[in-house]
Design a protein around this ligand. Structure first.
Ligand SMILES: [Zn+2]
Length: 271
């Protein structure tokens, strides 16, 4: 992929995903951050969530030790998680956003420490989510890397969803999403928070862009189903070559069948 429009048009040096800290190298703006800041930390897998593994297995207080920026969900699939500047927010299906207590738990979340490594400008035309993801993906220095993605500004339209807490026995994520609440906002100012993960993350995470939203006043947010990105908006990327995955040792995770390819169903749920 070309690196057109990146502020730093520096060729990709050797960066190994899953590698130790010593190989982190030199195409970022600043000196390499400490290794623990360059790690994508994930609780469970997206396919487990797809199969209804909604039991919270990690407290928010523990998750916060692994990053100050990220997304996820909560025990019983109770709303959408947004982590921004070290604060964990819960966007619930009632349309409100609440600060999450440290003793709340998550069945699936991803966090990192956000460092602005690369900035990219969007095009001179407003874009919806599908145009944004296809256009901006082509501008990444490589698709074979994990990026934290942050974008702040005023969005002419923002369409988000949140799923209400589910009852046991838990349904699949696809069936739970039939109950989702969808909210539409106009000219809302806030932060888009999320990740780009490579195609080879299929089964582990939502390959490609997965974005959540939080308004500046912390009153509205959720999982982004669509939005309008205005022309010439700055997208910040944190290149994150490290990867740590915390698999649940309790709950239903160990008994669930994770051998299937669920990418088709996942695409429907997340869009
Ligand atoms: Zn989401």
């Amino acid at each position: 992929m070309d690196s057109l429009k990146f502020v730093l048009g520096i060729g990709l040096a050797i960066v190994l995903v899953f590698a130790a800290s010593s190989v982190y190298s030199h195409f970022v703006k600043a000196a390499p951050a400490p290794a623990d800041r360059e790690t994508f930390y994930q609780v469970s897998t997206i396919d487990a969530l797809m199969q209804g593994v909604f039991d919270g297995v990690q407290p928010v207080g523990e998750l916060k030790k692994h990053g100050d920026f990220g997304i996820g969900t909560f025990d019983a699939l109770d709303g959408e998680m947004i982590v921004l500047d070290g604060v964990v927010y819960q966007a619930k299906a009632d349309g409100h956003v609440y600060p999450a207590a440290d003793n709340e738990t998550t069945p699936f979340a991803t966090v990192t420490y956000f460092d602005d490594d690369l900035s990219s400008l969007t095009t001179g035309q407003p874009m919806n989510l599908s145009v944004f993801t296809s256009t901006m993906e082509k501008q990444l220095p490589t698709g074979n890397m994990i990026y934290a993605v942050r974008m702040h500004g005023t969005f002419p339209t923002m369409k988000v969803r949140a799923i209400p807490a589910q009852q046991k026995p838990y349904p699949t994520l696809s069936n739970a999403s039939l109950q989702q609440s969808v909210y539409r906002y106009s000219d809302t100012t806030g932060t888009v928070i999320g990740f780009y993960t490579p195609v080879f993350f299929r089964g582990l995470n939502v390959a490609g862009y997965h974005l959540h939203y939080l308004s500046d006043d912390h009153t509205t947010g959720g999982h982004i189903l669509d939005f309008t990105v205005p022309a010439n908006m700055t997208v910040e990327y944190d290149i994150t070559p490290g990867f740590t995955m915390a698999l649940p040792t309790n709950g239903t995770f160990t008994g669930v069948d994770l051998s299937q390819d669920l990418s088709g169903a996942l695409a429907k749920v997340e869009k």
